[in-house]
Design a protein around this ligand. Sequence first.
Ligand SMILES: [Zn+2]
Length: 55
Amino acid sequence: MTEKADVFKCRECGCIVTVLKGGKGSLDCCGKPMIVVTPDEAKKLSFDLARPGAP
Ligand SMILES: [Zn+2]
C-alpha cells in the first residue's frame, strides 16, 4: 500500500515521519499507529516548519 514518499503523523505528539521507501506494516508512535498525511497536508506542514525566520 505504501509507495513513493508517504508522510505519517502522530496524533499524540505531532511527530512527523516521512517514508521514502515503501514498506510493509505501519508506523507506531506513542504506542499508537501514526496517521497518513496527504501530500497536500504534508506540504503545508513542512511549510509551517520552515517558516520561522524566513524573510
Ligand atoms: Zn508520538
